[in-house]
Design a protein around this ligand. Structure first.
Ligand code: ACO
Length: 344
């Protein structure tokens, strides 16, 4: 627990003008049962456990079953978060699913989740901000709640990246995994809450991390499939550089808005893409190593699900308790980035 209660100078932070707080009342996560180790990958592409571990920190990742889709994982995570929050399906006003691997181009995965969890009253839409999607979702949910449009919003980050990874490309296939995480956001009077969320984007660097095929620019044809255009592509080194810069500046801006310091944070949960990125961000923010939450060794990069799964694990493992200050910071394709400060 934080001993001294910080003052929040920014009027957007902490409470809206009528003393309302946007609170995360429950979190939940789901990862598929199948864990694929680096040693299994050694049999698929020209790589080694030593290379993957030393360059990324990843030891294994979860891989969804053939008949297990993004909406299935999202629904499981949502049900767990709703149980933790004590929220029933008929109380949900809005479902936001952040994903780059929807079950299909349309309808939205959020609509499929609505049906799976029985939240028949809820509006539902997908949000596409790659690995930054969960923070974008938190900010959007906060706006809907503060404007009094909705009271209960569930934000889900869910991915089946194994379905868009090129399993012949050692540069990318070792990095990604599948899973889902969810947060329930509700209005609460003068209690703990989401203090601020920052979002950013730079479309001029879209080529650094993209999937060329499958959209209106390059619909599926025999040629596009043969040219492997329906798989994720990434320029790793360049992406790495931008990730560190963007995450540091998003985190700094989020803290500035709340008039808080890195040292006030009980826990920092960065996007789980690469251990070296996390360490570089931690160094530049002058964070203590014990402030950083890391689980990418077990899950790899799960894109929009990454910080959502990590937040759930940080709560369930007792790393954070009610009243603790938590910083989430993310980066992804787009390019996109974001950060959020939560008084848990
Ligand atoms: N096994 C063995 N060798 C490999 C592998 C592998 N799995 N992958 C690449 N290599 C080789 C390369 O071919 C290259 O060999 P060469 O020098 O003979 O050409 C060598 O290793 C070095 O490659 P680099 O790209 O320089 O390796 P780097 O140290 O940059 O690490 C990595 C690569 C892990 C991809 C890193 O750049 C990275 O993490 N980038 C950022 C990823 C990220 O943050 N993504 C964020 C968002 S993801 C989203 O939005 C969905």
């Amino acid at each position: 627990m934080s001993t001294t209660r910080p003052k929040f100078k920014n009027p957007r932070a902490k409470h809206d003008f009528k003393g309302r707080t946007v609170s995360i009342t429950g979190v939940g996560a789901y990862v598929p049962a199948k864990a694929m180790t680096n040693f299994e990958l050694e049999k698929i592409v020209d790589t080694t456990d030593e290379w993957i571990t030393s360059r990324t920190g990843i030891k294994e990742r979860r891989i969804a079953a053939k008949d297990e889709f993004t909406s299935d994982m999202a629904a499981r995570a949502a049900q767990r978060a709703m149980k933790a929050a004590g929220v029933t399906a008929d109380q949900v006003d809005l479902i936001i699913v952040a994903t780059i691997t929807p079950d299909m181009v349309f309808p939205s995965t959020a609509c499929l989740v609505q049906q799976k969890i029985g939240a028949n009253r809820a509006a539902a839409f997908d949000l596409e901000a790659a690995c930054s999607g969960f923070i974008y979702g938190l900010e959007i949910a906060q706006q809907f709640i503060m404007s009094r449009t909705y009271d209960t919003v569930i934000v889900i980050g869910a991915e089946k990246l194994s379905s868009v990874v090129d399993w012949t490309d050692r540069n990318t296939c070792v990095l990604f995994g599948d899973g889902a995480g969810c947060a329930v956001l509700q209005s609460r009077s003068n209690s703990h809450g989401l203090l601020t969320a920052v979002m950013g984007a730079d479309g001029s660097k879209a080529e650094l991390l993209h999937m060329p095929g499958g959209g209106s620019r390059c619909p599926a044809t025999t040629q596009s499939v043969n040219a492997r255009l329906h798989f994720l592509r990434m320029e790793g080194k360049e992406t790495f550089k931008h990730a560190v810069q963007a995450m540091v500046s998003a985190a700094t801006e989020a803290l500035r808005r709340c008039d808080l310091k890195v040292s006030d944070m009980k826990c920092i949960i960065p996007h789980q893409a690469n251990r070296r990125i996390i360490d570089a961000v931690g160094d530049r923010l002058n964070a203590r190593p014990d402030q950083l939450f890391i689980n990418l060794d077990r899950y790899g990069n799960t894109s929009a699900a990454s910080v959502a799964i990590a937040l759930d694990e940080a709560v369930s493992s007792g790393r954070i308790h009610r009243g603790d200050l938590v910083l989430l910071v993310v980066f992804g394709a787009g390019l996109t980035w974001g950060a959020a400060v939560i008084e848990w």
